[in-house]
Ligand binder design. Structure first.
Ligand code: CTP
Ligand code: MG
Length: 222
C-alpha cells in the first residue's frame, strides 16, 4: 500500500503571492488541490497527507474537502520539518503502508503516469526512486565570490523532480538520522541507501516564480 506526503506549508516568497503558494488558484483550483488530484488520479495512492501552513490549516482543509482519503496536518518551519510531520501522521494513519511518495504541492501538474512509474519502481524493489531530466544548461560550481571553480560534465548531471518514492522504512530511517536537505533522496543518500532514477516529465515542473506560474497557466489550460 502506498501513501503520499505533500509538503505544502511554504510561504512562496519567490512567487510573491499574498497567501501561501499552495493556495494560489489556477483554473479554479488551488495548486495543492491540483497536486493532490494528480496523486489520487494515478490510482495507486491509498492516502494523502498534506502538510499545511499552520495559520492556514482550516482554509487548506476546506480546499481539499472534495478529495479523499486526505489528511491535513500542520507543517513546520522548513520543508524537512514539514515532511517529517507528514511522515509521522502517515505512519499513524496508515500503519501498513509499505511505500511512501513525497511530492511538492508546487509541482501541481505532475502527470499521474509519473506517479505510477515512481511507485512501480519502488514496488519492483528499488529502496529509493527519483524522477530526473537531463540538464539543458551548462552548470558551473562557483566560490563565495562567484568565480567559477569547475564545470561538471553535463552528461553526468540530472535535474530532480518529485514525486520521490521510498520503501517507507528507508524514509523513516533517513528522517531519524536527518538534519536538513532540499530533497528527501538527499537524506536517504546520507544513510548509504542507493537512490535509483526513472525518467521525469517536463509537466512536473516546479512553480517557483511568477514566470513559472504564467507558464503553467498557459500550458495547463483546461
Ligand atoms: N514547504 C513546506 N514547508 C516549508 C517550506 C516549504 O511544506 N516550511 C513546501 C512548499 O509548500 C512546496 C515545497 O515544500 O510545496 C517546495 O518548496 P518551495 O518550492 O521552495 O516552496 P516555498 O518554500 O513555499 O517557496 P519559497 O522558497 O519561494 O518561499
Ligand atoms: Mg522554499
Amino acid at each position: 500500500m502506498t501513501v503520499a506526503l505533500v509538503p505544502a506549508a511554504g510561504r512562496g516568497e519567490r512567487l510573491g503571492s499574498a497567501g501561501p503558494k499552495a493556495m494560489v488558484s489556477l483554473h479554479g483550483l488551488p495548486l495543492v488541490a491540483h497536486a493532490v488530484r494528480g496523486l489520487l488520479d494515478a490510482g495507486c495512492v491509498r492516502h494523502v497527507v498534506v502538510a499545511a501552513p499552520s495559520d492556514h490549516l482550516a482554509e487548506m482543509t476546506a480546499a481539499l474537502s472534495s478529495f479523499e482519503p486526505v489528511t491535513v496536518v500542520p507543517g513546520g518551519a522548513d520543508r524537512t520539518a514539514s515532511v517529517r510531520l507528514a511522515l509521522l501522521a502517515a505512519l499513524d494513519h496508515v500503519p501498513d503502508a509499505k511505500i511512501v511518495l513525497v511530492h511538492d504541492a508546487a509541482r501541481a501538474f505532475t502527470p499521474p503516469a509519473l506517479v505510477r512509474s515512481v511507485t512501480e519502481a519502488v514496488a519492483a524493489g528499488a529502496p529509493a526512486v527519483v524522477p530526473v531530466l537531463p540538464v539543458a544548461d551548462t552548470v558551473k560550481r562557483v566560490d563565495a565570490d562567484g568565480v567559477v571553480v569547475d564545470t561538471p560534465s553535463r552528461a553526468d548531471l540530472r535535474a530532480v523532480q518529485t514525486p520521490q518514492g521510498f520503501a517507507i522504512d528507508v524514509l523513516r530511517r533517513a528522517y531519524e538520522a536527518a538534519d536538513v536537505a532540499t530533497d528527501d533522496a538527499g537524506l536517504v543518500e546520507r544513510i548509504g541507501v542507493p537512490v535509483h532514477t526513472v525518467p521525469g516529465d517536463v509537466a512536473a515542473m516546479k512553480i517557483t516564480t511568477p514566470f513559472d506560474l504564467a507558464v503553467a497557466e498557459a500550458v495547463f489550460a483546461r
